[in-house]
Design a protein. Structure first.
Length: 94
């Protein structure tokens, strides 16, 4: 007797997800570094905005959606905002 249909679909999903995630990791690894000075060479800082989505206490510290992985992103997000501000960006959305 063959595997139930749901199990076959889950196995296919896992296999396809694995292939996509391998591709995504390789793609991200090959991205060039982008510095604020490089970005602002073509676009003035008053036309640049930084959006930060879901970096709230409910995702970082407490609540059902809190995660140590998300909390570990805080220093990098803070650096992004500080560097953007130092480069002249003034439009921030939290």
């Amino acid at each position: 007797m063959g595997l139930p249909r749901v199990t076959k679909n889950v196995g296919m999903l896992v296999e396809q997800s694995h292939l996509f995630l391998e591709w995504l990791v390789e793609w991200e690894r090959t991205l060039p570094d982008l510095r604020w000075a490089d970005l602002l060479r073509d676009v003035p800082p008053e036309r640049v905005g930084v959006f930060c989505i879901d970096m709230t206490n409910g995702f970082c510290y407490a609540g059902n959606l809190a995660s140590p992985r998300v909390r570990a992103l805080i220093p990098a997000v803070r650096r992004l905002f500080e560097e953007a501000h130092q480069a002249g960006v003034r439009q921030f959305v939290l």
